[in-house]
Design a protein around this ligand. Structure first.
Ligand code: AMP
Length: 308
């Protein structure tokens, strides 16, 4: 397996309200969070996305400075960048979308750069399933296809979404969306129903309660680090999956044991994201800090037991 990761997703401006404050328009988008998280690993990571001419050069420079390849990012002149605004409730685990302005997304015709067509891992971030399909069609023979989605696409693009789910190896969604997609309350049963559609691996993200990885009859449960301060959960899911795919690309293996470590990497990455508003924490994250946090994850659920 080579070390190339191709990421499809939004580069966006977000306006966020949490019990701890409110932001103006700040940098966001799933490709942004995924890219920042994946840039912690020694891999070649290319983003396929679309922006308007209002997208700040400082923001493209920030992503390039992290070693991300932006040759698959198109600018549509005269159009505005995708905009999303959301409000978190007191538990910080649930949120309401206030506004979604697709803007440039309605004109997006994704083109995978030649040098990334042979990427071994493709990460189809939360986006219109028609666009996800168009990107997957351009890839030569990826070893692992990972897909994320959210309620917006589940509600309005169900048929195409089901078609896409059949084509991927790993489906990553949150608990509420897993229940919505399968009309099932039990997450174990929901994961079985989703596996029956095609993906061999299902990841169910449970916010502050961690994440579950399902594969055949096996289940791996990753904790979420109990943090003193959580300011803004935006991008936690994207940072999670970016860390997951980034680690697997570097590792060059998709064995279940490596997937487990990848889930922990993703959880650690998400734990940083939620500690500040937007991308602030990921922007300055060092690999040393990441390593320390991985050890904290390990000690969190490490125990010895002697069964008589
Ligand atoms: P997460 O909190 O991980 O679910 O991701 C939040 C990010 O997803 C924000 O930065 C948004 O810009 C982006 N986003 C929100 N809604 C959509 C959507 N319908 N399609 C694509 N990206 C979205």
């Amino acid at each position: 397996m080579n070390d190339k990761l191709l990421v499809l997703g939004t580069m966006a401006y977000d306006a966020i309200e949490s019990p701890f404050g409110k932001t103006g328009k700040i940098l966001g988008g799933c490709a942004t969070y995924i890219g920042l998280a994946a840039s912690q690993f020694k891999i070649q990571c290319g983003l396929v996305s679309v922006i308007g001419d209002d997208f700040k050069t400082a923001h493209t420079n920030l992503l390039s400075s992290k070693g991300l390849d932006l040759s698959g990012v198109v600018t549509i002149p005269g159009e505005k960048t995708f905009f999303w605004s959301g409000k978190y409730h007191n538990d910080l685990n649930t949120r309401t979308t206030i506004d979604t302005q697709l803007n440039v997304l309605t004109k997006f015709d994704p083109k995978v750069p030649e040098k990334f067509k042979d990427a071994s891992i493709v990460l189809l971030g939360n986006l219109d399933p028609n666009i996800q399909a168009a990107v997957l069609d351009q890839m030569s023979a990826p070893k692992l296809v990972v897909m994320d989605t959210m309620n917006f696409w589940i509600e309005s693009y169900r048929e195409k979404l089901d078609e896409m789910i059949r084509r991927v190896d790993v489906l990553s969604i949150n608990d509420e969306e897993a229940r919505q997609l399968t009309e099932t309350h039990s997450l174990v049963e929901a994961a079985q129903k989703l596996q029956a559609l095609g993906p061999q691996y299902i990841i169910i993200k449970k916010g502050e309660h961690g994440a579950l990885l399902f594969h055949e009859k096996r289940i791996f449960c990753a904790p979420a680090l109990p943090l003193e301060e959580v300011f803004d959960p935006t991008g936690a899911g994207d940072s999670f999956i970016g860390g997951f795919a980034g680690y697997l690309s570097q590792r060059g293996s998709i064995a279940f044991e490596d997937m487990k470590t990848a889930v922990i990497m993703g959880s650690a990455m998400a734990s940083f994201t939620v500690q500040k508003f937007g991308t602030e924490c990921l922007e300055s994250l060092s690999f040393e800090q990441l390593k320390k946090r991985i050890l904290a994850f390990k000690s969190l659920s490490d125990f010895e037991i002697e069964l008589i």
